[in-house]
Design a protein around this ligand. Structure first.
Ligand code: SAH
Ligand code: SF4
Ligand code: F3S
Length: 475
């Protein structure tokens, strides 16, 4: 397939549907609505912006509730509970659809890349109209067109792809910050993880495409970007002209008007000295590194196929802290991986105590069909896992409250993101290190970077006061 022209082809389909929808609108005087529900990680959130862009170009208007003409669930399957939520909500949609003729239900995302899921949907969820996967989201308009023409369930799934379709519609969720895919897929095959099976092989976007997208976003008001990939540290290895992630960052840093650069996720095995060096020099790269640990036991890490040991990880953390003393570290930890003993678990607690994370996402191991870990004997009983999980969580929370408070009394820059959910006299934003700050302010501050006096830390967030530049701070 000619992927250069694929975007053009899809645009033609979008234009055709738009015409059809405009005509209907002339008759009915009512715009069709869509609701996009996103599960899972930031990759999915970014994909949902692309899906929303296509739907809005067709002529659908966004609504937040599910009483809409078009509903799309962008699904996640990283842990079993994510799947259960989708089945539960789909059941409820059946009744809604009966009351609303013409309503279309589409499912896409990681869960759809699992054949047994699609089989179950095909058999028991006949009210679903369109099913597609992670490799062909750019085809949404064509799939809607096919569904309207054929009147029957459309299923379009690709096992993998080696191509990237650029230049498609897009609706950013925030005017001032954006997520930018720098690569797709994953080649690491951590033994517990389903992502490589549902997202396919690792593919890096060309640096010029990435830079062009960021420049366009910045021209449109964006001040902060989040560079997205399952393992950003292996960016660029398979490009025609190979380039390291650190080199990419150096190029992105040059973009005028861009104030903050974030990225995730960093796999510890590929984090280079070059990257640490670039981070330590940078004025724009945020003082935050998400560095998933998964387990503190070298034995379990080997079983997980993570390719580093406890000692490698701690050494890396020391290097990073030495180069960027004010950095915030966050992590992901899995509890209850097959064969995890109390001693292994204590190694995890030991790393948590030594590194002192700003926050840690803790997960109970979930068995994923088709992964090597699913067929390991020695799965851990639920009560043992639950006990370890609770112990880990309380240690993480205790340390995190202490670590987050370290900037109390300082003035630091906050990018204001929104009006506070609970109190509309306050605005909410983030420090460079990603910590949340609430302070008195008004909507005119949204999207701006404001110096804020960090008055009090309440566990994982601050209450602050805006400082006009040059103002003296006492305390
Ligand atoms: N690419 C990222 C992780 C993406 S998945 C990385 O390697 O760091 C996000 C997190 O989900 C993982 O870091 C892991 O902690 C968790 N996770 C993945 N598979 C899981 C499973 N089977 N059970 C429990 N947690 C899992
Ligand atoms: Fe999953 Fe490992 Fe790839 Fe992360 S690096 S997505 S945990 S296989
Ligand atoms: Fe979930 Fe897919 Fe992300 S499985 S965590 S949405 S890559």
């Amino acid at each position: 397939m000619d992927f250069e022209n694929e975007a053009l082809r899809q645009k033609a389909v979008i234009a055709g549907l738009r015409e059809r929808f405009d005509k209907e609108y002339e008759k009915t005087g009512r715009k069709k609505t869509y609701c996009c529900v996103t599960f899972g990680c930031q990759m999915n959130a970014r994909d949902s912006e692309k899906l929303s862009g296509i739907l809005e170009d067709i002529g659908y208007e966004r609504v937040e509730d599910e009483d809409a003409d078009f509903i799309i669930y962008n699904t996640c399957t990283v842990r079993e509970n994510a799947n259960q939520r989708v089945y539960g909500r789909l059941g409820a949609l059946k009744k809604l659809k009966e009351k609303r003729p013409g309503m279309l239900i589409a499912l896409c995302g990681c869960m759809m890349q699992e054949p047994q899921v699609v089989e179950k949907l095909r058999k028991s969820y006949r009210h679903v109209d369109i099913i597609f996967g992670t490799h062909n989201i750019y085809k949404l308009a064509e799939l809607i067109h096919d569904r309207l023409e054929s009147g029957s369930m459309i299923i379009d799934l690709w096992k993998d792809t080696d191509k990237i379709v650029e230049d498609l519609p897009n609706r950013r969720k925030y005017p001032f910050k954006s997520g930018i895919n720098i690569m797709f897929g994953c080649n690491n095959f951590c033994s517990y993880c389903i992502v490589p099976y549902v997202r396919g092989r690792e593919r890096s976007r060309r640096p010029e495409d990435i830079i062009e997208e960021i420049r366009a976003d910045v021209a449109d008001g964006v001040v902060e970007v989040m560079l997205l990939g399952q393992n950003v540290n292996s960016y660029g290895k398979n490009l025609d002209t190979p380039m390291s992630f650190a080199q990419l960052l150096t190029e992105i840093e040059k973009i005028d008007g861009l104030e903050r650069i974030r990225f995730m996720t960093s796999h510890p095995k590929d984090l280079s000295d070059e990257l640490i060096e670039v981070m330590s020099r940078s004025k724009k790269i945020c003082r935050h590194l998400h560095l998933p640990l998964q387990s503190g036991s070298s034995r379990i890490l080997k079983q997980m196929n993570r390719k580093y040991t406890k000692e490698d990880y701690l050494l890396l953390v020391d290097k990073i802290k030495a180069a960027c003393p004010d950095i915030s570290l966050t992590t992901d930890i899995i509890v209850g991986f097959p064969g995890e003993t109390e001693e292994d678990f204590k190694e995890t607690l030991d790393v948590v105590e030594k590194v002192r994370y700003d926050s840690a996402y803790t997960f109970i191991y979930s068995k994923r069909t088709g992964t090597p870990a699913a067929s390991m004997t020695d799965q851990i009983p639920e009560d043992v896992v639950k006990d370890r999980f609770d112990r880990l969580l309380s240690m993480v929370q205790e340390i995190s409250a202490d670590v987050c408070a370290r900037h109390t009394g300082q003035v630091m820059d906050v990018l204001v993101e929104q009006i506070n959910n609970q109190d509309n006299h306050l605005v909410t934003g983030r420090l460079s290190n990603n910590t949340v700050v609430h302070f008195p302010g008004d909507p005119s501050l949204i999207g701006r970077i404001v110096p804020v006096y960090l008055k009090e830390c309440k566990g994982f967030y601050y209450i602050g006061e805006a400082q006009s530049i040059g103002e003296e701070v006492n305390g």
